[in-house]
Design a protein around this ligand. Structure first.
Ligand SMILES: Nc1ccn([C@@H]2O[C@H](COP(=O)(O)OP(=O)(O)OP(=O)(O)O)[C@@H](O)[C@H]2O)c(=O)n1
Ligand SMILES: [Mg+2]
Length: 406
C-alpha cells in the first residue's frame, strides 16, 4: 500500500528522512502517527525509526536533544518542530514487567517492529508513502481489531501497561480486542501491579474519554485488570460492569467528569473519594474539582432542593456534576441549575463590591480575626440574596456586624 498524498505533518519531516537516507541509513515514520493517518484522525507526534545509531544521528544534524539516548532516542529539532528519532532496537530481559533490562541497537526494521505492542501500532511508512506492514496491521485496522504482535503473553511481560493500552485503544477507536490477546490479558492481568499508578491513570483516563468508553470499562471488568489498580477493591466487578453499561452510547467530555463518574459508580463516601483520588495520584486542583462536583451530586441525591449557597459552593464544578447526574437520571434538568447558577448575585468572592483592604480603609472594621468572619458573613448574605452587592449596603452591613460583635 502506498499513500499518495502525505499529510503536512509528514511532509514537513521529509527533509529529515532524506538527510538520514542520503547518509546511507534507513528511516521510517512509525507508530501512532502512521496509524492515525490511516484512520483519518488528527496526527500528534511524528516519530521516526532509523537504522542509524544515536551517535550517527547526532553527527548528521546540528540541533539534537538527548531525550532518551540510552534507549536510542534522540530528538531532532527542525524549524520549530521536534522529531523523536529512535534507533531500531531489540530488547532483552523484563524482570520488572515494565521496561527491558537492556536494549540492543540493530540495523533491521523487522527486528524493531516485532517488539511493538499491537499490529496497528507496528506499521511503518517510507518517505515515499509506502507502508511496511509485517504483521497484517492494515487488515486489523480495516477490521477494527486490537491484536498483539506475535505472542501476547510475551508482549505483556515486556510491558504490563500494554494491557491497559489495549483497552484504551479499543475505547478510543471503537475496536474489538482479538481473542488470544484478550485471553492473555485475563491470564496476565496480575502483572499490572508492577506498573506505576501515574501510567495506569493516563490510560484509564484516555479509556474513559473514548467514544466506546462503555465497552472499555466492560473490558476493564472482564479482563480482571481492575483488581490490580489502586483503591478498587477486589469484588467490585459488578460496579465496573454497571459503569460500563450505563456509558454505552455515551461519551464523557473531560477527565474530571470521567473520574467523578467512576467514583459515583463505585458509590464511595466523600471521605473515601478523597483517598481514592490521592491513591491515583491526581493533582490537588483536579481532586478539588472532582470532590466539589461529587459533593453536589450527594446533596442532590439526599435532598430535592438545592440552595443558592450550595450552588455558589459547587461553582465551576457544576458542569461536571450535571454531566454525571444526567447519566444517572435521564430526566435530570441540568439547564435549570445552570440558569440558577448564572443568576446568582456573585459567583466568586472577588466579585463582592468590597474587599478586606477597603473595609479597613473605611475604618468600619479593624484588622484582625474578626474581619475574616465579617467578610464571610457578607459573602453569604449577598449569595443568598439577603444583601445587595452595593458598596453602601455592604458597608452598612459590616458596620452592623461590627457593632453587634462588640
Ligand atoms: N508500551 C508500549 C508503548 C509504545 N509502544 C510502541 O511505541 C509507539 C509509540 O508509543 P506511544 O506514543 O505511547 O503510543 P501511540 O501508539 O503513539 O499512541 P498515542 O496516540 O496515544 O500517542 C506505539 O505506537 C508502539 O509501536 C509499544 O510497543 N509498547
Ligand atoms: Mg504517540
Amino acid at each position: 500500500m502506498k499513500i499518495a498524498n502525505l499529510p503536512q505533518e509528514f511532509t514537513a519531516a521529509l527533509p529529515i528522512l532524506e538527510t538520514i537516507t542520503t547518509a546511507g541509513f534507513e528511516a521510517y515514520f512509525v507508530g501512532g502517527s502512521v496509524r492515525d493517518m490511516l484512520l483519518g484522525k488528527a496526527i500528534h507526534d511524528v516519530d521516526i525509526a532509523t537504522s542509524a545509531y544515536p551517535s550517527e544521528i547526532k553527527a548528521l544534524f546540528n540541533k539534537t536533544v538527548d531525550t532518551g539516548i540510552e534507549h536510542g532516542t534522540v530528538m531532532i529539532l527542525d524549524h520549530g518542530n521536534g522529531y523523536e528519532t529512535t534507533t531500531f532496537r531489540t530488547e532483552t530481559g523484563y524482570t520488572d514487567f515494565r521496561r527491558p533490562d537492556s536494549v540492543n541497537f540493530v540495523r533491521d526494521l523487522a527486528e524493531d517492529l516485532k517488539r511493538r505492542d499491537f499490529t496497528i501500532n507496528a506499521l511503518a511508512m517510507r518517505a515515499d508513502g509506502e507502508i511496511v506492514d509485517l504483521f497484517n496491521g492494515l487488515e486489523d485496522l480495516d477490521n477494527h481489531i486490537i491484536r498483539a504482535v506475535g505472542d501476547p503473553v510475551e508482549r505483556f511481560h515486556e510491558d504490563a501497561l500494554r494491557m491497559m493500552r489495549a483497552l484504551r485503544f479499543s475505547a478510543q477507536l471503537g475496536f474489538v480486542i482479538e481473542d488470544t490477546t484478550n485471553t492473555a490479558m485475563q491470564a496476565e492481568a496480575h502483572l499490572l501491579v508492577n506498573i506505576a499508578v501515574e501510567r495506569i491513570n493516563v490510560e484509564l483516563s484516555k479509556l474513559m474519554l473514548g467514544k466506546a468508553a462503555g465497552e472499555g470499562l466492560l473490558g476493564f471488568a472482564q479482563s480482571g485488570l481492575f483488581n490490580y489498580v489502586p483503591n478498587i477493591d477486589m469484588g467490585r466487578e459488578l460496579d465496573i460492569v454497571a459503569a460500563g453499561l450505563k456509558l454505552q452510547g455515551q461519551t464523557l467530555s473531560d477527565d474530571a467528569t470521567a473520574w467523578t463518574y467512576l467514583i459515583d459508580q463505585l458509590g464511595l463516601s466523600e471521605g473515601d473519594a478523597a483517598g481514592f483520588l490521592k491513591a491515583w495520584k491526581h493533582s490537588n486542583d483536579f481532586s478539588k474539582q472532582v470532590k466539589t462536583a461529587y459533593h453536589f451530586i450527594q446533596l442532590y441525591r439526599q435532598q430535592t432542593t438545592i440552595t443558592a449557597w450550595e450552588l455558589y459552593q459547587v461553582g465551576t464544578a457544576l458542569p461536571i456534576a450535571i454531566a454525571v447526574l444526567k447519566l444517572n437520571f435521564s430526566s435530570f434538568d441540568g439547564d435549570k441549575y445552570l440558569t440558577a447558577y448564572h443568576s446568582l448575585a456573585i459567583t466568586n468572592k472577588r466579585q463582592l463590591a468590597i474587599d478586606g483592604q477597603q473595609l479597613i480603609a473605611t475604618g468600619v472594621v479593624k484588622p484582625g480575626p474578626k474581619m475574616g468572619k465579617i467578610l464571610a458573613d457578607i459573602e453569604h448574605a449577598v449569595v443568598i440574596g439577603k444583601l445587595k452587592n452595593h458598596l453602601s449596603d455592604l458597608l452598612a452591613y459590616a458596620e452592623m456586624l461590627q457593632s453587634k460583635g462588640e
